[in-house]
Design a binder for this molecule. Structure first.
Ligand code: 13P
Length: 301
């Protein structure tokens, strides 16, 4: 074991910390984490941990969500600059204006959003429960969905609900082009195409399965197929290959690499535990309203 890893493990125990990592993190970060998963799994893990400190290896909105749910814990991020461009595509003022335009609508907000946006929302959702959350809402109600247009359009295609969809997108998923997927399908005709709902509707139309990152992992593990074309951020390939050594995984695009997700590394994790930085906090009044939207999501079974 490298000395940096043994120092991380030692400090982790001394500080009573848990390390959680998103499925897109660098392989070496995933390998030292206590839990690796999708946004919903990470929020649920944070909600039930008994550890004093949650060292969150992901992007800012994920750590912020953990800090909102676990207001009695210390939430640290190894690199505070690991943001999410999609989360920044709507401002609190823009959402206030949209709500004024549709005063009777229910606001459903993707978890890839700031705490201020969640605080103005009725429900939060993740890629793994978005369709379920929208289906649980009264059928006669208009739904404002922010900030991801691709996930919004996917929900619309599955539910047929009356939706106003904000025009945001994830630049990393936007880089996955349907032309590339078609070319890969020609090269690997027996491959299953498995994609994230942040992909464009053209890419989704070519897929066999649309799922959250953890859903993609479960599908590929349980499938009888041997070859898979994966339409999401390429960090997921580490777990896919590690957990399925006899299967072949081909990225739909080599360019779908999220620069923010790759900002965390082992050195920064060690410094984070040594210096107890960078602490993620949310002002009380914002956290209380945002927590309501997250809890209403977690209560939908
Ligand atoms: P998941 O919740 O599916 O892991 O998605 C998180 C994300 O940010 C996708 O880009």
């Amino acid at each position: 074991m490298s000395s940096i890893i043994s120092r991380i493990l030692e400090l982790k125990q001394k500080r009573d910390a848990i390390i959680v990592a998103h499925n897109y993190q660098l392989p070496e970060v995933q390998d030292i984490a206590d839990y690796v998963g999708d946004s919903l799994g990470l929020a649920q893990t944070a909600a039930k941990t008994k550890a004093e400190i949650i060292l969150f290896c992901g992007v800012h909105f994920m750590a912020e969500t953990a800090s909102i749910i676990c207001d009695d814990k210390i939430v640290l991020m190894p690199d505070p600059y690991a943001g999410c461009p999609l989360a920044n595509m709507i401002t609190p003022r823009q959402l206030r204006e949209l709500k004024k335009q549709y005063p009777d609508a229910i606001v459903v907000t993707y978890i890839n959003s700031s705490a201020e946006i969640k605080a103005q929302s009725d429900y939060c959702c993740t890629s793994s429960n978005a369709v379920k959350v929208v289906r649980a809402l009264p059928e006669n109600k208009k739904i404002i969905f922010v900030p991801d247009r691709h996930l919004g359009n996917y929900i619309l295609s599955q539910t047929g609900r009356d939706m106003v969809i904000w025009n945001g997108y994830c630049p990393t998923h936007q880089r996955i082009l349907s032309e590339e997927v078609k070319k890969k399908k020609e090269l690997y005709p027996s491959a299953k195409v498995v994609v994230h709902p942040e992909c464009t509707s053209e890419v989704i139309a070519l897929s066999d399965k649309v799922s959250s990152t953890s859903g993609i992992l479960t599908y590929c593990k349980e499938s009888q197929g041997k070859t898979f074309i994966i339409g999401t951020e390429i960090g997921i390939l580490h777990r896919l290959r590690k957990e399925n050594p006899d299967k072949v995984f081909i990225p739909a695009s080599d360019l779908s690499d999220c620069p923010n997700m790759k900002l965390n590394n082992l050195e920064k994790i060690l410094w984070s535990l040594e210096d107890m930085v960078y602490r993620i906090t949310v002002p009380d009044e914002i956290a209380t309203s945002a927590k309501g939207a997250i809890q209403r999501m977690l209560e939908i079974k």
